[in-house]
Ligand binder design. Structure first.
Ligand code: ARG
Length: 586
């Protein structure tokens, strides 16, 4: 569907032409003074010099042409030469009608691409903490935003499953249970299928081992060695690694499910391993990689860099691969298996340099075709009210589960204050609302910025919050339910708005296709949040000014119902793109 500003621009351009001026001057934008008009065109100002004519004269000539155009209720020339446009209600209603019936809210559909989005990135056997929360929340939203316009989007969790934490766990286990067959070097049989530890054991073993490695050098060295043995796939070590994975991954799945985050691929760094040897050989064959202090490196600095970019280390002097090596090999793997048009990565913005290095090596070595887009989206830190990275009351790293329960409890308390539902219901609904509070609180900020996690504010039912958006949807659902209970069906056409508040609601609705376009182009869920906040406000304003269920003119009422029912539909599509949903009541 064409954007509404393009349709209006076309009409105004034609008017410029008929008045004897360049049609290119007829570009229309949403008014930056909504108190004066709805859309505006500043073309007369731009054309004044060229035509040696006062801008107001040009604007007046164009306004005269537009005078009887049914698209406009008013086209006014305003000193010194603005063209202020007020749309006709009938035009707005017909645009909304088309949006509602095209199946994707009037957005422009691009040529479908295959897009891999790498988000999540938890490290197996380490607790999932808030650092990984933003990645999951923002990544899931971007994934849904891109899928909305028809792309084939593949979300990959890219587990940190091949690091030192594995060696630490194994060595700690050896000291605690030396009798296990994995530690018997003379053992040649098959290893047990039952893991020698539980999730609770692991949750205790890893922090203990990690702390110990900081003071016990010999232990740290053993852990490094054990990690190397996993990487060289020694059977006993590989068997233990598999047990760690089998115990941890279901728990991770459970946690992500609670966040309403779903990955298509549960791959990890370990999956990239088989691609490393050939890739490294290729770097050497192409003359890109060279030895520097025993390490194999590739230069990535380019002319015009504002910051000095050190060479990318591919292999350490002991031959071990690094984080960047696995990321490069993962690109090789993804290219081979999925041949994506884009790869998008989400991590804390402190990893920016890492990705700059990785992308440059990938380009230099031709790991992907030149037109494959590689994008890094770095996000800021989630801080506590003191402006410092979020910690528990006890000062430890905040765990995700704890955070979720905090916010769900705040929502529950508020529902109990309002007494809108009974205890059991509140308990059930508070999870849904809590998730919206958490996600909206995060997504409504520009991703690259740090933000303050404020449970009180995020869980409020008023203001720019997730619960407020849900409350608005629930309110519409309740009106629709009552309307249907009275035996009527939602079937009317969009009404030609009679009141100012109905018109403003329609004006907000028809902005969506263009707004969505900038959201997808900029990977900017925060703009979608700002939009639904405006939309919810316009709805609530309309609701307070209008008798909907009490309206006796049935046709008028049917029109209102259609208007709010579509508002609900659009709001629900948007929150689905943000990764949360609305309850039936609250
Ligand atoms: N596991 C990493 C971390 O916790 C994040 C992984 C992000 N994805 C990637 N392809 N490097 O920092």
């Amino acid at each position: 569907m064409e954007f509404i500003t393009d349709i209006i621009s076309k009409e105004v351009s034609e008017a410029f032409e008929r008045a004897g001026y360049d049609p290119a001057l007829g570009k229309v934008t949403v008014s930056n003074r909504p108190d004066l008009c709805e859309y505006q065109c500043n073309g007369a100002m731009a054309g004044a010099k060229r035509y040696h004519t006062a801008p107001i004269k040009i604007a007046e000539a164009v306004a005269a042409v537009l005078k009887d155009n049914p698209m406009f209720e008013e086209a006014a020339a305003i000193a010194p030469g603005f063209l202020n446009l007020t749309l006709s209600g009938a035009f707005l209603a017909s645009y909304a009608e088309n949006m509602a019936s095209d199946g994707h809210h009037g957005i422009r559909l691009p040529k479908p691409e295959t897009i891999i989005i790498d988000y999540g990135g938890p490290n197996v056997a380490k607790p999932l903490h808030v650092g990984h929360l933003r990645s999951a929340v923002i990544g899931e939203s971007i994934k849904r935003i891109l899928a909305f316009e028809g792309h084939h989007v593949i979300g990959d969790i890219h587990l940190g499953d091949w690091g030192l934490q594995m060696g630490l766990i194994i060595e700690e286990l050896r000291d605690r249970k030396p009798e296990l067959v994995y530690f018997d070097e003379s053992y040649t049989g098959a290893y047990p299928s039952e893991p020698p530890f539980t999730l609770a054991d692991l949750e205790e073993i890893y922090p203990a081992a990690s702390a110990r490695s900081k003071t016990d050098e010999a232990f740290a060295a053993r852990a490094h060695e054990a990690t190397g043995k996993i990487q060289r796939r020694e059977p006993a070590y590989l068997a233990l690694w598999q047990h760690i994975m089998a115990v941890s991954v279901p728990d991770l799945k459970k946690n992500y499910r609670k966040l309403n985050v779903y990955f298509d691929l549960w791959k990890g760094e370990s999956d990239a391993m088989p691609y490393i040897p050939d890739m490294v050989q290729d770097f050497k064959d192409k003359g890109l990689a060279y030895l520097s202090d025993g390490a194999l490196v590739i230069d990535v600095a380019e002319e015009g860099d504002s910051k000095e970019l050190p060479p990318c280390i591919i292999l350490k002097s002991d031959g071990a691969s690094l984080y960047q090596t696995t990321d490069l090999a993962t690109i090789v793997e993804r290219e081979k298996l999925y041949h994506p048009d884009r790869m998008i990565y989400l991590t804390d913005k402190r990893q920016e340099m890492h990705f700059t290095q990785v992308f440059r090596v990938a380009r230099k070595a031709g790991l992907v075709p030149d037109d494959t887009d590689l994008t890094f989206i770095g996000f800021g830190t989630m801080n506590g009210k003191d402006g410092k990275p979020f910690k528990t009351r006890e000062g430890g790293v905040m765990r995700l589960e704890y955070l979720l329960s905090e916010i769900n409890k705040a929502v529950y308390d508020r529902m109990m204050e309002n007494r809108s539902v009974d205890q059991a219901e509140a308990a059930e609904i508070s999870d849904i609302i809590g998730l919206a509070a958490l996600k909206y609180g995060d997504l409504s900020n520009q991703a690259s910025k740090d933000y303050v996690f404020d449970v009180e504010r995020f869980s409020s039912f008023e203001g720019n919050t997730g619960p407020y958006i849900l409350y608005t949807i629930v309110r519409i659902k309740s009106i629709l339910r009552k309307y249907e209970e009275s035996g009527k069906a939602v079937s009317g056409a969009f009404p030609v708005p009679e009141s100012a508040s109905a018109k403003k609601l329609l004006l907000e609705l028809v902005r969506f296709p263009e707004l969505y376009d900038s959201v997808q182009a900029e990977y900017a869920p925060h703009r979608l949040c700002a939009y639904i906040y405006d939309l919810a406000n316009e709805f609530n304003h309309f609701y307070h000014e209008t008798k909907i269920l009490g309206e006796t003119d049935e046709q008028l009422q049917a029109g209102y119902i259609r208007l709010i029912s579509y508002t609900r539909e659009l709001l629900e599509s948007c929150i689905d793109m943000l990764g949360f949903s609305a309850p039936e009541k609250m």
